[in-house]
Design a protein around this ligand. Structure first.
Ligand code: AMP
Length: 195
């Protein structure tokens, strides 16, 4: 894995452990020589991951729509900042640049981003791992909702099981390296960058 997209809150959250793990995640990526791809902000958990990766000598690539950049929430010290025209273009660019997609705790933006990549993965549009650092059980309720999708017949169990839940970023990175994608939902062979 050369690059990892991290989705996480543009807010710090109420649990100090969230910011702590964000900093740990940034440091781990830098040490492993894995480029951090993220939304390009300087705020919240996002900013903390980026700052920690940069401080540890890592490469950090941000992708942000021009209107958010002009609101001055862009991180100005990144290795590279792609300024794009829309949120759609942003999510596509982040997905293109990354070899996997990992969530730390976050809000609606975080959920939307990982759901998109999970959907693309189960369709075989890419073969990259998707997962969660389930700090303090933050993703337990979501996990239950996702399991209900299989229990009620909206998705096969293998597409529930393809999601990785780890207690720490370090564990998530190990499991991402070992990830084997399931066969695509409609039987189409996975083709890189089909989206
Ligand atoms: P949220 O979880 O709702 O705080 O949204 C954070 C996620 O959505 C991040 O992973 C970003 O990619 C994207 N995002 C939302 N708001 C911003 C922002 N102000 N700056 C940069 N990215 C953002």
């Amino acid at each position: 894995m050369n690059s990892l997209c991290v989705y996480c809150g543009s807010s710090p959250g109420t649990d100090p452990g969230f910011m702590e793990e964000a900093r740990i995640a940034g440091g781990l990526l830098a040490k492993a020589g894995i480029t951090l791809v993220y939304g390009g902000g300087r705020v919240g958990l996002m900013g903390a991951v980026a700052d920690a990766a940069l401080a540890a000598g890592g490469r950090v690539v941000g992708v942000m729509p021009a209107d958010l950049v002009s609101q001055e929430i862009a991180h100005t010290g990144l290795s590279d900042l792609h300024v794009v025209n829309s949120m759609h273009e942003r999510k596509w660019k982040m997905a293109e640049l990354a070899d996997g997609f990992l969530c730390l705790p976050g809000g609606p933006g975080t959920f939307e981003e990982i759901f998109e990549q999970w959907t693309w993965a189960l369709l075989g549009f890419h073969a990259k791992p998707c997962g969660f650092v389930n700090l303090g059980g933050y993703y337990d309720l979501l996990r239950g909702t996702i399991q209900q999708m299989a229990d009620k017949g909206f998705i096969a169990q293998q597409y529930v099981d393809m999601l990785i839940y780890a207690d720490t970023t370090a564990e998530a990175l190990e499991r991402f390296e070992a990830y084997v994608p399931p066969p695509p939902k409609w039987g189409v062979a996975p083709v890189e960058q089909r989206y």
